[in-house]
Design a protein around this ligand. Structure first.
Ligand code: CA
Ligand code: CA
Ligand code: CA
Length: 151
């Protein structure tokens, strides 16, 4: 009986650990932010056009010094404005995620994401997120962002 009780405890512990690892902190906040910002006609679905203009608008917002590239410092500067929308903690974790996702698009390794690198990356990300390939992102597909982009 002792062994069985221990096994059960171990399984619960293992399950808890797996759940914690699967949930990336702040990912739901980032997903909510994208869903709100990109869904221009507010029908709950982001189509390819909305994704493209959302991405383009995001680039211009992030490229604060308008030199045509996004730097790490420019991403970190987003923490305050995002924090105002979703809270300081949310802002901090969302920025870490955005940094991870965007810096993966830096193909020539100069620590800057050029507009060309960014737009190519946005297209790849859309395809990765559009699980059923219908050219639209539902909230459910968008919610898979952490698993599809970060793991
Ligand atoms: Ca810049
Ligand atoms: Ca680059
Ligand atoms: Ca879809």
């Amino acid at each position: 009986m002792k062994v069985r009780a221990f096994s059960f405890f171990f399984l619960v512990l293992l399950g808890t650990t797996l759940v914690v690892q699967a949930a990336i902190p702040g990912a739901d906040l980032l997903v909510g932010l994208i869903a709100r910002e990109f869904d221009a006609n507010a029908d709950g679905v982001i189509d390819a056009g909305e994704w493209e203009s959302g991405c383009l608008g995001g680039f211009d917002q992030m490229d604060a010094n308008q030199d045509g590239s996004i730097s790490v410092a420019e991403i970190e500067a987003l923490q305050a404005p995002i924090g105002e929308e979703i809270g300081d903690f949310g802002g901090a974790v969302a920025v870490v995620l955005i940094k991870t996702i965007l810096m993966a698009l830096d193909k020539n390794g100069d620590m800057l994401v050029s507009k060309q690198e960014y737009l190519a990356g946005c297209e790849t990300i859309f395809k990765k997120l559009d699980a059923n390939g219908d050219g639209q992102l539902t909230k459910a597909e968008l919610a898979e962002l952490p698993t599809r982009l970060l793991q």
